[in-house]
Design a protein around this ligand. Sequence first.
Ligand code: IPM
Ligand code: MN
Length: 350
Amino acid sequence: MYKVAVLPGDGTGPEVVREGLKVLQAVSEAANFGIDFVRYDLGGERYLKTGEILPESVLEELRSFDAIYLGAIGHPDVRPGILEKGLLLRLRFELDQYINLRPVRLYPGVETPIKGKGPAEIDFVVVRENTEGLYAGAGGTLRKGTADEVAIQESINTRKGVERCLRFAFEYTRRRGNRNKLTLCGKTNVLTFAFDLWERAFNEIGASDFSDITRDYAHVDAIVMWMVKNPEWFDVIVTDNMFGDIITDLGAMLQGGMGIAAGGNINPTGVSMFEPIGGSAPKYTGLNVVNPLAAIVAASMLLYNLGEEAAAARVENAVKRVCETHLKSLAAGQMGYSTQEVGDLVLKYI
Ligand code: IPM
Ligand code: MN
């Protein structure tokens, strides 16, 4: 029996989470394990009603779960930054989910905007550092609102934080057993303090403990070029928080869009949180038109993280079948099916 906290969140979050829960329920019954779901109504609505974003007591409760399943955070009536920092980033930081794992995989039958590339060429994983860098919140403002205003936003990179991220990435590359190649994405030609630390740690750790893994380096601007031109060059990419944020949105487009892109905020020794990476899509709220597959793939990653690898594979294969044989497109309103019907199709193949 597992305990999973469910945070449907804002916008279309609840609609896609409903489909993900249907799938988790079905696959757990079929595989003979149980999941106890506990819902939390965190998000924009609760904040607007009560002023609460993430009460201390809820945070403490969340620490006791086996995993967290998140829909989406972001409300059109709440100023940008409040919910993102107060809820999503706070959860990542407080629960020390120091890895953001984002697979970029093109499923059969899905159209990519990259001409001439198919599922064989688009299949890599981004390991994004998830607790430091520009996201740490270091910096400040001086003389705000005057002509002499100063804004400083600093990137925090600690040897410990960088090292644990790199070790995870090396181990993940080995476990994946694909091409045993790890690419560090940085900017050593300009960010000479931060990425000097990353590059040294990368080479030291790689040489001493992972000699079976090929080390590769590319600047972030070259990475985005090659992600489009030669995505097949990549097996696993490891990078800092900000670059990881940016390149994984490009990755999501390569694999067919936000309708399918999922990720895990992982604390290898604690509570991890799984989410579709697309956001709350307010304009589609309640219309039953958005694609729940990203949330369903996130559910599959959650199962894998619990150690239910067979159940995870079963969900992923069902998603593949649905892409291959049914959906006209992955885009909201163009799938040829409603949100709920796509969930039902996945159930059928499970
Ligand atoms: C993501 C999102 C978040 C991020 C935002 C909503 C804070 O873009 O999960 O990639 O920047 O990490
Ligand atoms: Mn992002």
